[in-house]
Design a protein around this ligand. Structure first.
Ligand SMILES: NC(=O)c1ccc[n+]([C@@H]2O[C@H](COP(=O)([O-])OP(=O)(O)OC[C@H]3O[C@@H](n4cnc5c(N)ncnc54)[C@H](O)[C@@H]3O)[C@@H](O)[C@H]2O)c1
Length: 257
């Protein structure tokens, strides 16, 4: 399948984890891909590996000027922009609210929420110029409820939902669709490596065994949903939220003794 031939896709945090899976899949389906992020070495390596139709651009998603430059780069290199994936994200080290420093709170909100806001704002003129397009924001199942010791992360992902719905309302008439994906626990450095300031990774204390599909999610699981949402197959879907968690939110799948 080549659902994205002649289309240009920008993926933030696209050099590793889920982002790299998304980049590879869009590229395989014919897209021009812009790998946008702060991991320069891995981003350049992935762009080089993919070759034609792939480029890396340095983008800290909290930097408004860098956003303008990244979108301009995509347009200059490939003639336009059709899809934006706001995938970059950071998690806080686990801590109760009363022990969470304001600087930590600010940083998580800045990357996960303000970064997504700046992405939507910066990409909108280019998407409109292309005659429409798709924005997909990566939130989290943690954005659908409370999770003790993750207040900044949880709050940032909840807020992405409101931002998504508002953008969907504002941009629908421009044929720009805006949707959210809520991954559950996905096997990436996000859970296999400790967050900045944390002693242990989530993978050390999380087990998928009690849940309906007793395995960790793979980046490719999320990628398949993302490509559907970004494609013309989803042309009547906007402002929607898709959970992909193997049944995590259902709670434990109790087995008879
Ligand atoms: N892995 C999970 O279990 C899980 C679950 C739910 C949601 N998510 C979300 O999925 C998204 C991707 O995470 P992942 O699992 O691939 O983890 P990851 O840590 O591998 O990827 C995060 C990416 O964001 C980039 N990034 C961080 N700060 C940035 C900044 N200021 N500017 C630009 N890029 C920046 C990192 O360099 C990295 O490439 C994140 O938004 C995360 O919150 C992950």
């Amino acid at each position: 399948m080549s659902r994205f031939t002649d289309q240009t896709v920008l993926v933030t945090g696209g050099s590793g984890g889920q982002g790299a899976s998304h980049v590879r899949a869009f590229h395989a389906e014919g897209a021009n891909v812009v790998i946008a992020g702060i991991d320069v070495e891995r981003g350049l390596a992935l762009a080089q590996e993919l070759g034609e139709r792939a480029r890396f651009v340095r983008l800290d998603v909290t930097d408004q000027a860098a956003w303008q430059a990244a979108v301009a780069d995509a347009q200059d290199a490939f003639g336009g922009l059709n899809v934006l994936v706001n995938n970059a994200g950071v998690q806080n080290p686990p801590a109760p609210i009363e022990d969470t420093e304001k600087a930590r709170w600010d940083n998580i909100l800045e990357v996960n929420l303000t970064g997504t806001f700046l992405g939507i704002q910066s990409a909108t003129p280019a998407l409109r110029r292309a005659g429409g397009g798709s924005i997909v924001n990566i939130a989290s199942t943690m954005g659908l409820g409370g999770t003790a010791f993750y207040a900044p992360y949880v709050a940032s992902k909840w807020a992405v939902r409101g931002l998504t719905q508002t953008a969907a309302l504002e941009l629908g008439r421009d044929r720009i669709r805006v949707n959210t994906i809520h991954p559950g626990v996905i096997a990436t450095p996000f859970i296999t490596e400790p967050a900045a300031g944390a002693a242990a990774p989530i993978a050390d204390f999380y087990s998928p065994d009690p849940f309906a599909i007793p395995r960790l999610g793979e980046p490719a699981d999320v990628t398949r949903l993302l490509l559907f949402l970004a494609s013309a197959d989803a042309s009547f879907i906007t402002g929607s939220e898709y959970v992909i968690d193997g049944g995590l939110l259902l709670g434990p799948a109790l087995q008879p003794a």
